[in-house]
Design a protein. Structure first.
Lengths: 309, 448
């Protein structure tokens, strides 16, 4: 028994288990470190930190609400724009380009390449290309004709929630479309053939059989995209305007949890730094919460599908 | 049974790894005098490489300094004079961290200094002034750097028994930059006139259009007639910065409401104005936000504008000084501002610099007729006594003194003017030199 313990098999097992536990150690260490770092502000402001909407470092007044709000709004815009496009790309490649495999592969690779572009490049492109376009051709007409709707009120100049959301949408598309594509491509052909044998058109087969079959995977892609949108920092920082404000208008500059940390950490100290780290803690918990929720839903969906089958 | 063994063994492995890392970190950061008490003398393999190497090289450079090696405190900043620096004979690495304002100049210094003293490597991490002060406090850098002097709280947080030296190493100025299309369709060029009070009202949001009477009143009639009713978009930095500190300092001096509402800080409590407000990261972000929006105005560092002359559509205005003259910032009048600001007396390097402000010093100095009013110093922070540690030994202490002497010398200062950094005037350099002359190693005699 004692000697058997030292067999290569066992040693490998130990090493692999150590590697797995290492990840757990990192996550726990991260949470502990964030908690300790945020202690100065955590104990000073308590839960009111979450709902306070003032952020005034030089008066030692800190509140997380503008940043939570900004993160939620920009991520929502990103998903609203990005999700249908990603789904469209995935369905087009897997269902419509089946007879043109080379072209489908090429298109898929191009979309994947979008994910390889560093986010600061998106930010630069946003500042010099996207902002003028959105400001002159989207926001100004909207604000002229629909300014009585709170969503489109205010004087637009491009550095706002909308631009940040559009940039984020472009950045989450590769993630979401790649996962959706993978999911759709493993849908068994028998599913489609069954629909065709009933006289269904291409679209009916996709809509009634392929998408429902893959919905849990598609939902996973949705959550992955949301996660990417939540944490994205550099590109958002460059286009969102960085004003800690809570405004119902999409044309109002804002700030997100990650952008304020990137902006102000370098010059912070004491309670100010604690407050910034607490924002990091919030971001960390929100990410864990979202992923946990997604896993739970996915698990229930797959269980339901299996039960049906 | 077997799984239990595996899990126990894995936990042991993890514990050893984590414990080892922690032990290593705590050992190397706390007291390291045991393994670094002896400075590594390792004589240079190529003695000709260093011009200042003496043939009688000993491992103790601190004791073999000739009295002629001090920098004379009264030179004028001309690039021709070559300073006599403390001889350094052993290779050393200097690690610094701090403000981004000085970062472009620091990289030029690293290159030029490398050819003067090939034995010494200078690393600089442009991590921000706040981080620079924190690293300085934690003694993980040989020198810190900050655009604003340390606050009382920051002085109090320093390790007990230490004395911090505040050494101005360079200077810059902040200008009101704008992008404005005039009524005749042309873009407004350099030279729109501003006062601190009007700028404060613009950033408070009480002056909201470019043809506001208070702005028109400052211009010549021809220019005033061309000002459109374009809404003013205010732009400022989203990150903490010494540029914002100097600008908000000046506006707070000019307008008491600005002082109470927005305040003077590296991260002021900016308000959102009715024409719109944008905060963007770094000088480049502010410049992009200004150049992309007709009617935008924001504070920019003069160095950034001079570096990019002809490449941007950004122009900047004059600012009224205490004597009532509207001054368009340039290297000459910024140097004059520093000289006038320092002439009222700077503290000794080892004293508290918390309340030192060139802006405050010249704000009501009506006899300084040609000075530009928003000039600011940027500071190196070093400990007066260089205590041995994992990053400090006799060689690094001597190298630090040598480097600082070179930086404040004409050789170092002249390198900045091409980048828009203003050479320090003689009275500031005199204070610097006096401070550098007091640096000691491990409680010994001054290195110089």
């Amino acid at each position: 028994m004692r000697f058997r313990l030292l067999r290569g098999d066992v040693i490998l097992k130990i090493l692999l288990a150590a590697a797995a536990l290492f990840v757990i150690g990192v996550v726990v260490g991260l949470a502990v470190e964030l908690f300790l770092g945020s202690a100065p502000s955590l104990f000073k402001f308590g839960p009111s930190f979450l709902v306070e909407s003032k952020w005034q470092p030089s008066n030692n007044v800190f509140g997380a609400w503008p940043f939570i709000y900004g993160t939620l709004v920009t991520s929502a815009i990103a998903i609203v724009i990005g999700f249908p496009i990603s789904l469209g790309i995935a369905v087009f490649i897997t269902e419509k380009l089946k007879s043109h495999l080379t072209f489908g592969y090429l298109l898929g690779t191009l979309v994947d390449l979008l994910a390889a572009v560093p986010s600061v490049i998106y930010g630069l492109w946003g500042v010099f290309v996207l902002i003028p376009i959105i400001r002159d051709y989207v926001e100004r007409p909207l604000s002229k004709s629909l300014s009585y709707i709170p969503l489109f009120s205010g004087h637009p100049f491009g550095y706002d929630f909308l631009t940040a959301g559009v940039i984020l949408a472009i950045m989450v598309i590769p993630t979401m479309s790649a996962v959706t594509r993978d999911v759709l491509s493993v849908v068994p052909n028998s599913q489609r053939e069954a629909m065709y044998s009933l006289g269904a058109t291409d679209w009916e087969a996709t809509q009634k059989s392929v998408l429902p079959y893959a919905r849990s995977g598609i939902f996973g892609a949705f959550i992955l995209g949301l996660g990417r949108a939540f944490g994205e920092t550099m590109a958002v920082t460059m286009v969102i305007g960085n004003i800690p404000s809570v405004s119902s208008s999409l044309f109002s500059p804002g700030a997100t949890l990650s952008s304020i940390i990137a902006n102000q950490f370098g010059e912070s100290s004491g309670v100010f730094q604690g407050a910034l780290i607490e924002l990091g803690l919030i971001l960390f918990f929100v990410a864990v919460l979202i992923n946990g929720l997604a896993r739970l839903l996915l698990w229930r969906m797959t269980r339901a599908t299996h039960a049906k089958a | 049974m077997k799984t239990t063994y595996v899990i126990i063994a894995a936990i042991v492995v993890i514990a050893i790894i984590i414990g080892g890392v922690f032990a290593y970190i705590s050992l190397s950061s706390s007291t390291t005098s045991s393994n670094n008490a002896t400075p590594t003398p390792s004589p240079s393999p190529s003695p000709t490489a260093s011009a200042t190497a003496t043939p009688t090289a000993t491992p103790k450079p601190t004791t073999t300094v000739s009295p002629t090696s001090t920098v004379t405190p009264t030179f004028t900043p001309t690039p021709t004079a070559s300073p006599t620096l403390v001889p350094t004979i052993t290779p050393a690495t200097l690690n610094g961290g701090g403000g981004t304002l000085v970062a472009p100049l620091m990289s030029v210094w690293q290159g030029a200094y490398g050819s003067v003293e090939p034995q010494i490597t200078v690393n600089y991490n442009a991590e921000g002034s706040g981080a620079g002060i924190t690293d300085f406090k934690n003694q993980v850098v040989n020198f810190g750097e900050s655009d604003a002097p340390m606050t009382t709280a920051q002085y109090a947080a320093l390790p007990s028994g230490t004395t911090a030296l505040t050494i101005p190493i360079s200077a810059s100025a902040v200008v009101p930059a704008y992008n404005l299309k005039l009524l005749n369709g042309t873009v407004c060029q350099n030279g729109l006139n501003f006062t601190g009070a009007v700028l404060a009202n613009i950033f408070l949001g009480t002056v909201t259009t470019w043809n506001d009477a208070s702005i028109q009143a400052l211009q010549s009639p021809a220019v005033a007639a061309q000002l459109p009713n374009t809404p003013i978009i205010t732009v400022h930095r989203s990150d903490g910065s010494g540029t914002m500190f100097a600008f908000s300092n000046f506006l707070s001096d000019s307008n008491s409401q600005f002082k109470t509402t927005i305040g003077e800080s590296t991260t002021p409590n900016w308000v959102t104005t009715s024409g719109g407000t944008i905060a963007a990261p770094k000088n480049a972000g502010v410049a992009a936000a200004i150049s992309g929006n007709n009617g935008a105005i924001g504070p920019l560092e003069i160095a950034y504008i001079l570096e990019n002359t002809g490449q941007t559509s950004i122009y900047y205005g004059t600012v009224e000084n205490a004597a009532g003259n509207f001054i368009l910032a340039n290297v000459t009048n910024i140097a004059a501002a520093l000289s006038a600001g320092a002439s009222t007396g700077l503290p000794a390097g080892s004293a508290s610099w918390t309340s030192v402000s060139i802006v405050d010093n010249i704000f009501s100095n009506t006899s300084a007729t040609t000075v530009y009013p928003i000039a600011t110093l940027t500071y190196a922070l070093v400990y007066q006594n260089q205590t041995p540690s994992s990053i400090t030994n006799a060689a690094s202490a001597a190298a630090l003194v040598n480097f600082l002497q070179w930086v404040v010398s004409p050789a170092g200062q002249s390198l900045g003017s091409g980048l828009g950094y203003v050479p320090l005037p003689a009275n500031v350099v005199a204070v610097d030199t006096a401070s550098i002359d007091t640096i000691t190693y491990n409680g010994g005699a001054p290195i110089v």
